[in-house]
Design a protein around this ligand. Structure first.
Ligand code: NAI
Length: 512
């Protein structure tokens, strides 16, 4: 499954039919029309298709206001979209994209009708986000012509299209849809029809790890969000993002993936989120979720009080991924003595080290160093403005200000997270990489596809597997093993592919 499948895209003269003129149908119709195709838009609800045209008109109007489109182009685009009164009007289409209600029986019955109406060569595509393409296709006489074409909301903006193949999907059909999506300016990725496809599967830990940390009282929403945003480079933190998506929707997706994987603990839904749904705290749309949307100021992230900067530190061995911090300390005028060791920093008797998935308390005990402070991962240690740390229970009163003072000297805001296994960004990234690795192992997609999907479907700053390569699969495996040990829970079991790469010193992307 992957980029080796190539094909020719549909000519722009080929008619594209879109069935369902709701949020997604309207967006997909706009994308196809923008690429030059005549588009037929059909919806069973009276007035829905013309309503969609009005919405597209208004949306393009905003682009015109911002000088990003000229009115003549908008008019040409709109003139290509024809609302249909009867389903029969889609008969001329070379590609039909279905974006109706998310219900298997309704979709099956629609595709059976389409099969009898359309020509034999017409490609039938479904925009389903959670149903199996294999299951939808099973109702068809020629299931090889059915493929998933999963756009992301808003379809005209989001670049990713998951091209989803069911058991019977003809590889040529998938290849043509892939090439067509590419010609439309999208970033198509091949995926095998499995629960959640790529994005909705691989993204689960982004929410799950944050919910777990909050449930365990490791930090508050604002602090955890700030760490994922400021040190992780994610556009939004998990709590603000769940509030935006809506907890009903986000929880339902997690539940559906969990059930579809026969309740694999890796996808275990959160009781805390379930409670928010039960309380009607659905997020922005209901005025309250993790945050309040009543015009009040959002709470600030926790940042440690200023602490004195040290004059001198000792770097024991090589700093590993955190090497750019050394430069920041040097620029701040701190003297750095170098000695052999395991990549840890000493400030007096305090040891500051990158988290490896163990708690600071556990690591202090394992190594017999009570004054242990651990710091979190950062996407870019040279540029990050914030860092998360945690401190061992055994540490003396002086350890925390020593570590905080050093990190603040590098210009960092420091968020102290209650001690426990793994720090927020590190565990989130390792779990995302683990899920992506398993998707690759199970033939859902290839490594490039997994990374492209997460970058263009949910705007991750870096593909999870490229991130794992940067850290080294060995380190990612170590973090997961420590988490699994600490929790005694199958949720953290490492993917066999990650283990294999760690054992062979391999990487996910060979050309990197
Ligand atoms: P929506 O509720 O906004 O629109 C669905 C439209 O389909 C409605 O206008 C409805 O009247 C029409 N419809 C229902 N049954 C029909 C039928 N038998 N024939 C013709 N029209 C029919 O829903 P939305 O959000 O646009 O979702 C549509 C599909 O896209 C679903 O399969 C959903 O899972 C998928 N999807 C949704 C995303 C989202 O963020 N909303 C993202 C990606 C996929």
């Amino acid at each position: 499954m992957g980029s080796e499948v190539t094909g020719q895209g549909l000519e722009p003269s080929v008619t594209v039919a879109v069935i369902g003129a709701g949020t997604m149908g309207a967006g997909v119709a706009q994308v196809a029309a923008a690429a030059g195709h005549p588009v037929v838009l059909y919806d069973t609800r009276n007035g829905a298709a013309t309503g969609a045209l009005e919405k597209i008109h208004a949306g393009l109007g905003r682009l015109i206001d911002r000088g990003r489109m000229d009115p003549a182009r908008r008019d040409r685009l709109l003139s290509r979209i024809r609302p249909a009164r009867q389903l029969e009007e889609v008969a001329e289409a070379g590609l039909v994209i279905e974006a109706i209600v998310e219900d298997l029986a309704t979709k099956r019955s629609l595709f059976r009708q389409l099969e009898s109406l359309c020509q034999r060569e017409t490609i039938l595509a479904s925009n389903t986000s959670s149903l199996s393409i294999t299951a939808i296709g099973a109702a068809l006489e020629h299931p090889g012509r059915l493929v998933g074409m999963h756009f992301f909301n808003p379809a005209p903006v989001m670049k990713l299209v998951e091209v989803v193949s069911g058991l019977a999907t003809d590889p040529d059909t998938a290849a043509r849809v892939h090439a067509t999506a590419a010609a439309w300016g999208k970033r198509p990725v091949h995926a095998r029809s499995t629960p959640g496809f790529i994005v909705n599967r691989v993204a689960r830990p982004f929410y799950a790890e944050a919910l777990r940390l909050l449930e365990e009282g490791r930090g508050d929403c604002a602090t955890l969000d700030a760490l994922l945003r400021d040190s992780g480079g994610f556009r939004m933190g998990p709590f603000e993002l769940m509030d935006l998506i809506g907890h009903d929707v986000n929880h339902a997706v997690t539940r559906s993936v969990f059930e579809a994987f026969h309740q694999d603990p890796r996808f275990l839904p959160s009781l805390l989120q379930q409670e928010l749904v039960e309380a009607g705290r659905l997020g922005r749309k209901s005025g309250r979720g993790f945050y309040r949307y009543d015009g009040s100021e959002p709470p600030p992230p926790a940042s440690a009080d200023p602490a004195p900067r040290p004059e001198t530190i000792t770097m024991e061995g090589e700093p590993g991924p955190a090497a750019p911090l050394l430069e920041r300390w040097r620029e701040a005028g701190i003297r750095i003595d170098r000695v052999d060791g395991d990549g840890e920093v000493r400030i007096g008797s305090t040891r500051l080290a990158l988290s490896d998935g163990r708690s600071a308390t556990r690591r202090a005990r394992d190594d017999g160093i009570p004054d242990t402070v651990l710091f979190d991962l950062a996407l870019d240690y040279a540029g990050t403005g914030r860092i998360g740390i945690s401190i061992a229970d055994q540490a003396s009163a002086g350890a925390l200000p020593e570590a905080v003072g050093l990190l603040q000297a590098a210009g960092l805001a420091v968020s102290v997270i209650d001690d426990g296994p793994g720090l927020p960004l590190l565990r989130t990234v390792c779990m995302l990489a683990n899920e992506a690795a398993d998707a690759v192992l199970l033939g859902v997609c290839d490594a490039a596809g997994a990374d492209t999907a997460m970058r263009y479907g949910v705007n991750y700053p870096l593909g999870p597997l490229a991130w794992a390569d940067r850290l080294g699969p060995k380190r990612v495996l170590m973090v997961l093993e420590h988490l699994q040990q600490a929790y005694g829970h199958d949720r953290y079991r490492p993917s066999l592919l990650l283990r294999r790469l760690a054992e062979s010193d391999g990487t996910f992307h060979r050309d990197d």
